[in-house]
Design a protein around this ligand. Structure first.
Ligand code: URA
Length: 234
């Protein structure tokens, strides 16, 4: 959003008065004095101040990326383990919902929001947003076993208890016990069940990306708001 629009939305000032505040060097964005009202600000992540007072516009919805550590449950009420929202410091945590849960022992990118239709767009296979998982296997797979798994997963496999095969997906082996799996859907325990189909077991699982969202710059347990562009990418 343009800075002058942001100021008048966040205050009682008209666009003309906002311009005056800008020319009077009263407005800072991320600690830098800005005079130009046409400058673009990210309403969630940029810190805009008027005469030293922070300004914010109510956006209505929150969009959060959490680097989930192991040992946390993706539920709203804790059962055996602490829950992921305990790691996030924003008000009204109970209104947040998770887009694509991760198991307690899985680490990686977890998206949360209070915008129901956005959550649906993130997870619905219709929208084909890729999720990249890195996995470690209990049993080494030789070249022939790898080639078989790659080909079957590219076509889709019918998992125990399912009526429909998995959507075509991409499995890439890094070595005999490490692989990268790219999925565009999220069935229950999908990665573990897919490797179970080949008689193997996943011992470590990490979700590296969801769509364009990566964990760059975050440590385990950290979270941040998505940028406007990231929100709009779903
Ligand atoms: N697939 C799984 O098996 N577990 C996860 O946590 C995510 C995908």
């Amino acid at each position: 959003m343009r800075l002058d629009k942001f100021i008048s939305k966040a205050t009682e000032l008209s666009r003309k008065e906002a311009k005056r505040a800008l020319h009077a060097l009263e407005i800072t964005v991320n600690d830098e004095v800005i005079r130009d009202g046409s400058v673009h600000v990210d309403e969630l992540n940029d810190e805009v101040m008027w005469a030293g007072e922070p300004l914010s516009v109510a956006t209505g919805n929150r969009y959060i990326l959490l680097y989930k550590p192991e040992g946390f449950e993706c539920t709203l009420k804790p059962k055996e383990y602490p829950i992921v929202t305990e790691l996030i410091a924003v008000p009204e945590l109970t209104s947040l919902r998770i887009a694509g849960r991760l198991d307690v022992d899985t680490t990686g990118a977890l998206l949360l929001s209070d915008d129901g239709s956005w959550l649906h767009r993130v997870t619905s296979p219709k929208h084909q947003h890729a999720k990249v998982y890195k996995l470690t296997l209990a049993e080494a797979m030789d070249e022939a076993a790898q080639a078989n798994a790659v080909a079957k997963i590219a076509q889709g496999i019918l998992l125990d208890g399912d009526y429909e095969p998995t959507k075509p997906a991409t499995l890439e082996f890094i070595d005999e016990t490490h692989a990268r799996l790219t999925l565009t859907e999220g069935k229950y325990h999908q990665v573990k069940r897919m490797m179970g189909y080949f008689g193997n077991k996943v011992t470590e699982l990490h979700r590296a990306t969801v769509g364009e969202i990566t964990l760059a710059g975050l440590e385990k347990g950290d979270s941040r708001f998505l940028t406007e562009a990231e929100v709009a990418s779903f």
